[in-house]
Design a protein around this ligand. Structure first.
Ligand code: HAM
Length: 414
């Protein structure tokens, strides 16, 4: 029966078949990040709008076009979080984490919201797994962060992944470079798309992202920041690369790499996957040495990334097989239902995955259902208090010792 309601545009329900694959992604990430000393943090689903305007940047598409912003009953402007880095920096400052031993290593998983045009791999509510390593400028932290994302995608088996690496320099050298880039764009204004032309002075880097033919021509001869890196910026980038080389992580230097958030400084990276089509980035991030100061805190260098869970699942394109059940408890006589439930509770407490019939099926129906849910054994309770144990793979059935059902069902291995 079709309902007249549907999930809102750009959102989706996670049904049990998909939930299993998701759980595997989250568990794999949790293991990798915990072993590297990252601790979990959770922040609210919405924040003051100003946090994102300041943190992500007023000139970005995210802030200009994609935020779900609303007023609460007290007249405050709130926004469903479009990303996690600004909220975590807010929490870092709010809870005085700058007084802890540095760096503070945090990881997160949860829903994020962007009002984008929905397509495969692009939703209005999506889910990220991410990490933030706050309080160190060391290039080792950049390299470790990249290695962890590489490990995660590798362990999950995401195929055809390529790492793109770039550097934006520090805030100062970036400014000098941006002036150079703006001059180049102004010199070729006539060939640019209207959108790029309008934003030359606000966000010239986005010109590298354009699909417009004229703009692409202009960008082919544009100065690149990677070539312009000097002094400590150059050394930092060289050190990140040396660490990745030593770890055997392949990458391509991408001088045109830009990311849709304003807070990045120095290292930026993006893991792309050809199986994904148009939305080819599976995850990415970079260093954001100016963000915490921008939010009113002390100058605090940091680096992090986020990966889209839906994009991972899309790239993997496989469903997790159902886990199956250790057992099912069937009743030959309806009077045995209470006893079946008591036995199920006892077996569950012993760690077994056991179900009982909740639908009032006859014996044939119960066996069919046990088969459907992948039960390995069925315990059949008889009216006289005895029980039979049926092996669902061989079809063999024998009398069960009702005084010792845990051992009976585990073959004594529990
Ligand atoms: P981002 O590149 O905006 O970075 O998003 C990270 C990932 O989230 C993307 O690579 C993509 O997989 C996924 N994603 C983004 N938008 C959507 C969407 N509309 N639908 C589905 N998936 C999406 C950040 O958010 C930064 N906070 C990452 C970071 C952490 N940088 C430093 N620390």
């Amino acid at each position: 029966m079709a309902s007249r309601y549907q999930a809102p545009r750009g959102t989706f329900d996670v049904l049990p078949d998909q939930a299993r694959a998701r759980a595997r992604v989250e568990a794999t990430a949790a293991g990798i990040l915990a072993r590297a000393g990252y601790e979990s943090i959770q922040t609210p689903s919405f924040e003051d709008t100003d946090l994102f305007e300041r943190g992500v940047g007023r000139s970005t598409d995210i802030v200009r076009k994609e935020m779900f912003t609303f007023e609460d009953k007290g007249g405050r402007s709130l926004t469903l979080r479009p990303e996690g880095t600004a909220p975590i920096c807010r929490a870092y400052l709010e809870h005085g984490m700058h007084k802890l031993a540095q760096p503070v290593k945090l990881s997160y998983v949860g829903p994020f919201f962007r009002h984008e045009r929905p397509q495969a791999g692009r939703y209005r509510q999506f889910h990220q797994i991410g990490l933030e390593c706050i309080g160190t400028a060391s290039p080792l932290a950049d390299a470790e962060a990249i290695m962890l994302l590489s490990d995660l995608l590798g362990e999950l088996g995401v195929p055809g992944v390529e790492l793109h690496l770039g550097s934006l320099g520090s805030l100062d050298s970036r400014k000098a470079y941006l002036d150079e880039l703006k001059a180049h764009l102004h010199a070729h204004e006539g060939d640019l798309s209207a959108d790029v032309r309008e934003r030359i002075d606000v966000n010239p880097l986005r010109a590298f992202d354009s699909d417009h033919e004229g703009t692409r021509g202009v960008m082919a001869s544009a100065p690149t920041i990677v070539d312009a890196l000097e002094g400590e910026d150059g050394e930092h980038f060289a050190e990140v690369r040396a660490q990745l080389d030593a770890a055997g992580i392949a990458y391509v230097i991408d001088p045109t790499l830009v990311r849709g958030l304003d807070y990045y400084t120095r290292t930026i990276f993006s893991f792309v996957c050809d199986a994904l089509g148009a939305q080819s980035e599976v995850g990415g991030g970079g260093r954001y040495d100016g963000l915490i100061e921008q939010l009113g805190g002390p100058a605090t260098p940091a680096v992090g990334w986020a990966v889209g869970i839906e994009r991972i699942l899309l790239a993997l394109d496989e469903e997790e097989a159902a886990a199956g059940r250790d057992g099912f408890i069937a009743v030959g006589d309806p009077g045995q239902r209470q006893r079946a439930m008591a036995i199920a509770v006892e077996l569950r407490n012993a760690g077994l995955a056991v179900e009982v019939d909740l639908a009032g099926r006859g014996m044939k129906g119960q066996l069919k259902h046990a088969d459907r849910i992948g039960a390995r054994q069925v315990l059949i309770l008889e009216a006289d208090g005895s029980a039979q144990l049926r092996d669902m793979t061989t079809g063999e059935q024998r009398v069960a010792d009702t005084g010792n059902l845990v051992d009976e069902m585990t073959g004594g291995e529990a």
